[in-house]
Write a protein that binds this ligand. Structure first.
Ligand code: ADP
Ligand code: ZN
Ligand code: ZN
Length: 738
């Protein structure tokens, strides 16, 4: 009989599996999904068993045995194992690396995939303090005496605190006077009813949405909850989760931004008497693994987290919710370039459970899926409770003087709001003081030495910073080109607007919320506490402010600059701009007081802006979808982007030229004429972080056709000469075309 051969996925960028013989002395109980330690070159690494076979391309004398089997059970449930296979195939990524994104770090390093074992130190039955063996060992006697004060034993972690000397303990152990009990950490128990707080009675729209999703419990289906900001989507989620818990199942909730985590957690924890885990970036590897295991073993009822939480295994999955499903943060931009919303749909199908996507500004892709019947469309058109929709004012700033980006009429509106004792939110999606530094004499501008981009002037830290490669330098005292001294910051970022607003409104607190002001741990929480306190204040911030927050005292929202999205080369720019404006506007008037949104623009009559502000997001989206259909753009076409970069100019293009000819050739052989190849072209930002970048776009009307080409093509690309001297990656369904 031919020997069993193990085919493993290894943490390698190569899109292939690796063959090994079983480790010595391992019974035949090997199952796909188990981890094995294997030799790889001169290193040892950990791989995942994908399949067992009897045939290998590798000559028998070259096959090496695996060293050690690490699991008695596959650590991933079957559904997540399949999800990883699906993701690797769909996103054209190495399977080994896909598993690496799906598994917690400690599991990749070989840690047991089981809850921690606690070690508890006890005095052995019959041990006596006057044991003759201790007569000349005062420290051991001391340790034994200390331990005997604890009839239930002392957990390992407390040994230090009790100042128990390890050497003495070891000697006592050898004498059999004490022993260690090993105990698996028992999962936290839960008692009583699920609800810790009464539910709000749902309004008619909410009830219809709720019933529609509940009717689908226990089977796969996708619903898009398209509800205007403040329409009570979260309340619908909460009641569906209660149903899920009552059915003895777990819920997984994805949120776009971890800054929203504490707020979401608090709202959920107030509502439920349930074991909730929040997966966030500040967790240690051990904490992350513990949370992962709790979810997998059914010791957590609700899991909340950002993008990567989609890979959290659940023992009894009941419902997946993706909140703010339009948010770009669900797309991973490196390594495995997956979209968590799209993978959530695949996972829901594998688990046979419903998926609920929610947003006030659904992605055009999702709306299209709803229109074509793939998702159920559930609309909430009214704000919940007594809140009114905010009123929009397009403020034409053509020929109006701007003071750090703030016009006179806007200043007035801010003043009135503050005088009425309410709060103001100013939105400007640009960090720093000014987007560039300009020499007034010769026109020199602060260019990044490593990118085709300008460096932003940050006044607080007195530096020029490139937001693309994070290059930092001191601003020059004089112009590097003409030596004149008249260097001026041009344009306004949040720092400058903050400074100006503080001067204009000296008696009012101005709170800046952007990546710079919230980088320190806890600073975001402190800022939010000040806002919730309710005193009149001005919030100035980037899109961080626009996402999901509930600020009951904000009645005026000001968008300082709406024009960027109206004339960008990126076909998604207008969709993003519309989502941003509506989301940030949605922070206004969420409680009893009505809200107002002032949009400063030079293009007050732009049809897109008029439609958005007068008829709302769904009218805009209809229009945008029909334009996409006309232009043959996503979601009416499917894209894949091959990006490459290299140190030398021209190298990336040369590689892409090769890749392109190869694709043309394969396209003809496989009769896939409908796949279009666009490029290669230099990337819109040709040089970034010192590397020269180029790209090749593939487009097809049919997803399956595109994939029929992608799979063999990428296999072949790995073999291309030159594929090692450039850095390249494939992005299936890219969000950004650069
Ligand atoms: P969304 O998630 O759509 O932005 P929320 O669920 O946060 O909306 O609800 C917005 C506000 O309306 C919250 O203060 C919430 O308590 C309130 N609310 C939601 N549903 C109801 C309801 N059925 N009756 C009264 N108030 C509600
Ligand atoms: Zn100059
Ligand atoms: Zn740079």
């Amino acid at each position: 009989m031919s020997p069993v051969i193990l085919r493993l996925a290894l943490p390698s960028p190569l899109r292939r599996l690796f063959d090994y013989l079983p480790p010595a002395g391992v019974p035949a109980a090997l199952q796909p999904g188990m981890r094995l330690r294997v030799p790889f070159g001169r290193r040892e690494i950990i791989g995942i068993l994908v399949e067992l076979t009897t045939h290998s391309e590798v000559p028998a004398d070259k096959l090496r045995p695996a060293l050690q089997l690490l699991d008695r059970q596959p650590p991933l449930p079957a559904s997540l194992f399949k999800l990883s296979l699906w993701a690797a195939q769909y996103y054209q990524h190495s399977l080994g690396d896909t598993f690496a994104w799906a598994l917690p770090t400690l599991l990749r390093q070989g840690e047991p995939a089981e809850t921690r074992i606690e070690r508890i130190w006890h005095v052995s039955p019959g041990a006596q303090l006057d044991d003759p063996r201790l007569s000349r060992a005062p420290r051991q006697l001391e340790a034994l005496r200390a331990l005997s004060q604890h009839p239930h034993g002392v957990p390992q972690a407390l040994l230090e605190r009790l100042q128990l000397n390890r050497d003495s303990l070891k000697l006592l152990l050898d004498k059999g006077l004490i022993h260690i009990e090993e105990r698996r950490q028992a999962p936290a128990e839960r008692h009583g009813a699920w609800l810790a707080q009464a539910e709000l009675p749902l309004n008619d729209e909410q009830r219809r949405a709720f019933e529609a999703v509940r009717a689908g419990f226990g089977q796969f289906h996708c619903a898009l909850l398209a509800g205007v900001t403040g329409s009570g989507k979260t309340e619908v989620y909460l009641q569906l989760i209660r149903e899920t818990l009552e059915a003895g199942k777990q819920a997984l909730v994805l949120i776009p931004e971890i800054n929203l985590g504490p707020q979401t957690l608090e709202r959920f924890a107030r509502r439920f008497n349930a074991r909730i885990v929040l997966l966030h970036s500040a967790l240690t590897d051990r904490e992350r693994l513990d949370a992962w295991l709790a979810a997998r073993d059914g010791a957590a009822d609700i899991v909340i987290g950002t993008r990567s939480a989609l890979f959290t295994p659940l023992k009894n999955p009941g419902l997946i919710i993706v909140d703010e499903e339009h948010d770009a943060s669900y797309k991973q931009q490196e390594g495995l370039r997956y979209h968590a919303r799209d993978l959530a749909a695949v996972r829901a199908r594998l688990e046979n459970i419903p998926l609920l996507l929610g947003s006030a500004t659904p992605a055009l892709e999702s709306l299209h899926n709803a229109q074509s019947g793939r998702y159920a469309l559930l609309r909430l058109n009214q704000r919940a409770g007594h809140a009114q929709p905010p009123r929009f004012i397009r403020l034409d700033i053509k020929s109006l003087p701007l003071d750090s980006g703030i016009s006179g009429p806007l200043q007035q509106a801010i003043r009135q709001t503050l005088e009425a004792g309410q709060q103001v939110l100013v939105f400007l999606n640009r960090r720093g003081f000014a987007p560039t530094l300009l020499c007034h004499d010769c026109g020199w501008m602060s260019q990044c030495p490593r990118c085709d981009a300008r460096m932003t002037y940050h006044q607080r830290s007195r530096e020029l910073r490139c937001h693309h490669c994070d290059h930092r330098e001191r601003p020059p005292a004089q112009c590097p080109k003409c030596n004149h001294l008249d260097l001026r910051p041009v344009g306004a970022g949040t720092e400058r607007a903050e400074e100006r607003l503080s001067t204009l409104f000296p008696d009012t607190e101005v709170l800046r919320i952007d990546r710079d002001s919230t980088s320190r741990k806890g600073s975001m929480d402190r800022l939010f506490q000040r806002i919730q306190h309710g005193e009149p204040c001005i919030l100035i911030g980037t899109q961080m402010l626009a996402k999901g927050h509930h600020f009951p005292r904000v009645t005026l929202v000001a968008v300082l600059d709406a024009d960027g999205g109206l004339f960008s080369a990126d076909f998604r720019a207008s969709e993003r701009m519309a989502q941003q404006i509506i989301q940030v506007a949605g922070r206004a008037g969420r409680a009893e007081m009505p809200g107002k949104v002032v949009v400063q623009t030079h293009l007050a009559d732009h049809p897109l802006l008029v439609q958005l502000t007068e008829q709302g997001y769904f009218a805009f989206a209809e229009q945008a979808l029909s334009e996409r259909r006309g232009a043959g753009l996503p979601p009416f076409a499917h894209l894949a982007l091959l990006r490459a970069d290299a140190h030398q100019p021209g190298q990336a293009e040369a590689f892409l030229d090769h890749a392109c000819s190869l694709a043309e050739q394969m396209r003809d052989e496989l009769k896939l004429e409908t796949v279009e190849l666009l490029g290669p072209v230099p990337a819109p930002m040709e040089r970034r972080a010192g590397r020269h970048r180029a790209q090749l776009l593939l487009q097809a009307g049919n997803r399956a056709t595109l994939h029929r080409l992608l799979t063999p093509w990428l296999q072949a690309l790995e073999q291309l000469p030159g594929s090692r001297s450039v850095r390249w990656s494939i992005d299936v369904d890219p969000l950004d075309l650069f």
